[in-house]
Unconditional design. Structure first.
Length: 199
């Protein structure tokens, strides 16, 4: 009950801040599931793909990519299976890699925006609370101690805005780190393909 009362005390800006926190959590869960599926066995790929490509054992290379799994295995498998259908398989792979990198970065800009907007929304709640305080003081019959209500609203909104921003920043840094690692794996897989494949 105290938390609910504290939330209500913060004023109407608490609701968009609460919505922003839910959006951050939803994006974190969605990205976590995606990144888990995107993980590839890079050690297995590095140990076997160069040899198979140099020996032109394409069926075995495709089986290896399927076993590797994740985004890298999927990209290489798709490239190998379309190798005879495209004019330049390296360009085909690079195009797919760029598309995969964009998908891995999806929704991160929303989290970044919430990092910036949350303190501003908290500050807006602060300003609104202080305006309410001055309105109380401007009324001759008003009770002077009622000003503390507006100050409390200002402090709660500011604190909650900072809390949401901190949460969003932690999530953003974590998601960016994981996505960068996956993109680095994609680049490694593409390099293995382009340097080891016989022309």
């Amino acid at each position: 009950m105290k938390l609910l009362e504290l939330f209500i005390t913060g004023g109407f800006m608490m609701y968009p801040l609460l919505l922003a926190s839910f959006i951050v959590i939803a994006i974190a869960i969605e990205r976590m599931r995606l990144y888990k599926r995107a993980q590839s066995d890079m050690d297995l790929l590095k140990a076997n793909l160069p040899r198979l490509l140099s020996e032109e054992k394409m069926d075995e290379a495709e089986a290896l990519c399927e076993k590797t799994g994740g985004v890298v295995g999927e990209l290489l498998l798709n490239t190998l299976s379309h190798r005879t259908m495209v004019a330049n398989s390296t360009e085909f792979l690079n195009g797919q890699a760029q598309e995969a990198a964009v998908k891995l970065k999806e929704n991160l800009n929303y989290v970044s925006a919430i990092v910036t907007l949350s303190p501003l929304m908290g500050l807006l709640g602060t300003v609104i609370g202080m305006i309410g305080s001055f309105n109380v003081l401007s009324i001759a019959e008003g009770e002077p101690f009622a000003v503390t209500g507006g100050v409390a609203e200002a402090l709660v909104a500011t604190a909650f805005g900072l809390l949401v921003a901190i949460l969003a920043m932690l999530v953003f840094v974590w998601l960016q780190q994981v996505s960068n690692k996956l993109i680095a794996d994609i680049e490694t897989g593409a390099t293995l393909y382009t340097t080891c494949l016989k022309k």
